[in-house]
Design a binder for this molecule. Structure first.
Ligand SMILES: NC(=O)c1ccc[n+]([C@@H]2O[C@H](COP(=O)([O-])OP(=O)(O)OC[C@H]3O[C@@H](n4cnc5c(N)ncnc54)[C@H](OP(=O)(O)O)[C@@H]3O)[C@@H](O)[C@H]2O)c1
Length: 393
């Protein structure tokens, strides 16, 4: 009953606030004119949709954008298009670079983090945009439920793994070239207001205890995890550096989550075809969907609320009134402890999974394969390709 009430309240509010006409009615001023020459930015899922739009705006502002894409060919095409766009309209210094990495793979995500860290580059902005809505119960080749692998575990591995680099950048002078001046490093996670339909799930992270798998529910839980994780990193940052630093916007890392609105993208068309068709012409454009992300990336962090959930450039509620979804910080700590444990267990799990999937694997080769194999449908369990999903190609 509560869950039906939350779904209804979310839909009713969504029709009023999340579509393109609502964005237009706001008549927001132009985004801050921020020169990002010299900034190093990572954008996941940058080859299409909202991520591509964000990456384009960043290269135009002069940033070097590290595009994390799971498909090498699609990623390369996007990077070429971004660089062509930057040379025509940008400040000339902006560049896009491809990092092929499937974020549903723990091994590949860790490898990306290791390589980025080893490169010695600064990191000014991390945009966790890639997301999955898969309707069928199924596992990645490493044995993780597929929505959970990208939305929750992938986000955690990326943010926790790159936190030292962000911290180092904040501790350095973090000054950008050109007219950019000081730029406080920050993380923006593209969550979804759909998370408001679900409480914080800590026990059954991979929806294994429920008989009937519900991909929309599991997606909403992952988005709730993302928002809660940003809240926690912001809390820890505040404890570490103190309120004064946060107020001055210097020497600290900002953590935010946001909702882009209901946006016309391939992801929505594939995962929610009926909704997409019924909303034809009404959904937001990708530029409108990217607006709040770009606001969070260009505003001064002293003007932003750490750990907040943003929509249309303002912090908004994370819970539906009387929705019974509130949680304590210690529950988020418990979630993160579990994710850390799963990370540690990851390689063992993937080895077992691969051994189960094919009798021909020797123990050693299974481990090797787990680090390179994509989460292709052939290696997943109980997955029908014909079903609509946000994450399957
Ligand atoms: N559109 C909306 O109405 C809406 C509403 C709320 C929240 N969001 C969130 O917005 C974000 C962007 O979605 P979108 O609407 O722009 O959808 P999209 O057009 O499908 O873009 C998603 C991007 O993420 C990438 N991706 C997915 N799984 C990945 C993985 N395992 N590893 C690396 N990259 C992966 C996709 O790559 P491929 O091209 O290879 O698939 C694609 O580039 C998502 O997190 C979504 O949950 C969207």
């Amino acid at each position: 009953m509560t869950s039906a009430y939350r779904a209804l309240a979310f839909a009713a509010h969504g029709y009023r606030a999340y579509l393109g006409d609502a964005f237009e009615r706001l008549r927001l001023p132009a985004l801050p004119e921020r020169d990002l020459s010299g900034a190093e930015c990572v954008v996941t899922g940058a080859n299409q949709g909202i991520g591509f739009e964000v990456a384009g705006a960043l290269v135009e502002r002069g940033a070097r954008v590290h595009c994390v894409c799971r498909d090498e060919a699609r990623g390369r095409a996007a990077v070429e298009a971004l660089n062509a766009r930057a040379s025509q309209t940008g400040r000339g210094r902006g560049r896009a670079e491809l990092h092929a990495c499937d974020l549903s793979s723990l091994a590949q995500t860790r490898r990306f983090v290791e390589r980025y860290t080893a490169s010695g580059r600064a990191l000014h902005a991390l945009v966790c945009n890639a997301g999955a809505m898969v309707h069928e119960r199924g596992n990645t080749s490493e044995g993780f439920e597929r929505n959970f692998a990208v939305n929750t575990l992938g986000t955690h591995v990326l943010v926790a793994g790159l936190r030292p680099v962000l911290g180092r950048t904040a501790q350095g002078d973090a000054n950008l070239e050109g007219e950019g001046g000081y730029y406080a490093p920050r993380v923006v996670v593209v969550s979804s207001a759909g998370m408001m339909t679900e409480p914080l799930e800590v026990k059954d992270l991979e929806m294994r205890r429920t008989k009937k798998f519900d991909g929309v529910k599991q997606y909403a839980r992952g988005k709730r995890h993302q928002t809660a994780m940003m809240e926690r990193w912001a809390r820890l940052e505040l404890e570490n550096v103190g309120e004064e630093r946060v107020k001055s916007g210097r020497g600290y890392v900002g953590y935010y989550s946001m909702h882009p609105g209901w946006v016309a993208t391939t992801g929505v068309a594939n995962a929610l075809p009926k909704f997409y068709a019924s909303m034809a012409g009404k959904l937001r454009t990708t530029a409108q969907g990217a607006d709040t992300i770009l606001y969070l990336l260009t505003a001064g962090t002293e003007d932003l609320q750490p750990g907040a959930f943003y929509f249309d450039r303002a912090p908004v509620a994370k819970h539906i009134t009387c929705g019974f979804t509130r949680y304590e910080p210690k529950q988020v700590d418990a979630l993160v402890s579990k994710l850390d444990a799963l990370q540690a267990e990851g390689s063992v799990r993937s080895e077992k999974n691969l051994l189960k999937a094919s009798g021909s694997f020797t123990k050693g080769s299974a481990t090797k394969d787990a680090s390179t194999k994509d989460a292709s449908p052939s290696s997943e369990t109980k997955t029908k390709r014909s079903n609509p999903s946000w994450n399957i190609r």
